[in-house]
Design a protein around this ligand. Structure first.
Ligand code: SAM
Ligand code: SF4
Length: 475
């Protein structure tokens, strides 16, 4: 079957599966990277154009170290030129790990009898969220297994509960979701609860590999999952996140498939995914897979850079699954969001004595155990501006990454000032005196950089208003 993009623009055809395995392999098998071609492709991306599948195939097949370095440098330049030095911070909150699926890579799989199953009660959710707020978090992603207990109504209930929890100056201003695919009505219910992004990872886009990893349960249905975010879009939930779990199949295939998924959403709904995630398999209780497709650190760094160049205006999320060194390295290539102070064990944010990881209570092992405070300290030391901004979402400015990318001056007018305002809140409410000094120095320096784009006097006035006790100011 040949893929014809036009076909997928016909509304009735929208929710049809859009991955053509043979076509993706043809692109990869026929791609011949030459110096000239690789440089042309990097230049095309730096000119603010999304790459097509043939071009992405050339990049994933590039192995000449000199050219790989040019790909990394290209991604670094794109990030510096377009996005500047903001990093948005969030934390995951696992609500429940009951699960009727049996994904071979996941500690929550139904056949893993060692897994301790639990669902947080409302009181426990309140305690967890208060603890997260006391650390300075403003953005959460709630995570659920796939189980009848976690119905759309239940998910909506937990979202509203979280928005209502306020501790001192703390509040959660954006709640994202990572949960199983829903039907149209289900997505509508969750949308109406006021979520930010709904994330569903396809895990692997290769249908046969997919069925091997998902032997039983509802998740067996590849197409139901593949078309889930189309259903979200159909009910107006246009803020969606896609992802692939690297290590399940040939990483080159899944990189091209992520780009195809992006193209599909753009072609059908005029809005691409808000974010792309690229988790790598980590140890988990009951893990039942071989390491045949595990992705080396070098390939991982390369694939992140290629994704940055391929879809220059999509947010990219890097989680604490990765160790500190890899996080430091990969952030340079255009990652826009990271988690900080992550704990995966249910109920562990409010349990300060519990510092050890216990894999029977966690979905997988994390490799960056630093607290939010430590991460912010390091970001500031390296001239990155930690941001908790939620302004676009609150002002209904959807497609924010696209605007950041394509509207001249948008970042300096809105994103950077908002990052500075949320950083000021963090420094005043949660930082140590030492980090406060460093943080305000970075703020002063950044104010000079944005002068001429935003009325810096107004930004300064708002910073002073925050210092005097006001909160939640944004442009
Ligand atoms: N049950 C829902 C689902 O499967 O979509 C919720 C999400 S699951 C709790 C979140 C994601 O974690 C999965 O989509 C998968 O990509 C990832 N994951 C599962 N096992 C993992 C492992 N061993 N290492 C790294 N990531 C893993
Ligand atoms: Fe369940 Fe999700 Fe884990 Fe699969 S990845 S076993 S669906 S929690």
């Amino acid at each position: 079957m040949k893929f014809t993009p036009e076909k997928y623009r016909i509304p009735d055809e929208r929710m049809k599966p859009f991955i053509d395995t043979d076509e993706i392999w043809e692109f990869i098998n026929n791609a011949r990277p030459t110096k000239e071609r690789v440089r042309e492709i990097i230049a095309k991306s730096l000119d603010k154009n999304r790459l097509n599948l043939e071009e992405v195939a050339i990049l994933v097949n590039t192995t000449d170290p000199e050219l790989v370095e040019e790909i990394l440098q290209g991604a670094r330049t794109l990030k510096e030129r377009v996005y500047g030095n903001r990093i948005v911070l969030f934390a995951p909150l696992y609500i429940g790990n009951k699960c009727t699926n049996n994904c071979k890579y996941c500690g929550f799989r139904s056949s893993n009898k060692d897994a301790v199953r639990m669902t947080l009660s409302d009181e426990e959710i309140v305690r967890e969220v208060e603890a997260l707020e006391e650390n300075g978090q403003k953005r959460l992603i709630l995570v659920y297994g796939e189980h009848a207990h976690y119905s759309p109504e239940y998910i909506a209930h937990t979202v509203k509960l979280v928005y209502g929890i306020k501790k001192n100056n703390g509040e959660i201003r954006r709640v994202n979701i990572n949960a199983a695919p829903l039907d149209l009505d289900g997505f509508k219910v969750v949308k109406d609860s006021g979520i930010g992004t709904y994330q569903v990872f396809q895990e692997t886009y290769h249908p046969e590999a997919y069925s091997w990893y998902h032997p039983t349960g509802k998740k067996r249905d590849y197409e139901w999952r593949l078309t889930s975010l189309d259903r979200a879009q159909e009910v107006g939930l246009d803020d969606v996140g896609i992802g692939a779990l690297f290590g399940l199949y040939d990483w080159r295939f899944d990189v091209l498939a992520l780009v195809r998924h992006t193209n599909h959403l753009e072609a059908c709904y005029n809005v691409g995914p808000h974010t792309i995630s690229f988790p790598r398999i980590k140890s988990a209780s009951g893990l039942d897979i071989t390491d045949k497709y595990f992705v080396s650190d070098d390939d991982f760094v390369k694939l992140v850079a290629i994704l940055r160049l391929a879809v220059p205006y999509t947010g990219m999320i890097l989680t604490a699954r990765e160790p500190v060194e890899i996080r430091r390295q990969v952030i340079q290539f255009g990652v826009s969001q990271i988690d900080g102070g992550t704990k995966l064990e249910l109920g562990s944010y409010s349990d300060s004595k519990n510092e050890k990881q216990d894999l029977t209570k966690e979905q997988f092992q994390i490799n960056d155990n630093r607290s939010l405070a430590e991460i912010i300290d390091e970001l500031v030391d390296n001239d990155y501006i930690p941001s908790f901004c939620t302004a676009c979402y609150r002002l209904n400015r959807t497609g924010e990454h696209f605007m950041e990318f394509s509207v001249p001056g948008f970042i300096k007018r809105f994103c950077t000032p908002n990052a500075l305002l949320t950083l000021t809140e963090y420094l005043v409410d949660y930082a140590t005196p030492e980090v406060q000094v460093k943080g305000f120095k970075l703020i002063d320096k950044t104010l000079v950089d944005i002068s001429g784009h935003q009325n810096t006097d107004e930004v300064k006035r708002r910073i002073e208003r925050i210092k005097a006790g006001e909160r939640d100011l944004y442009f």
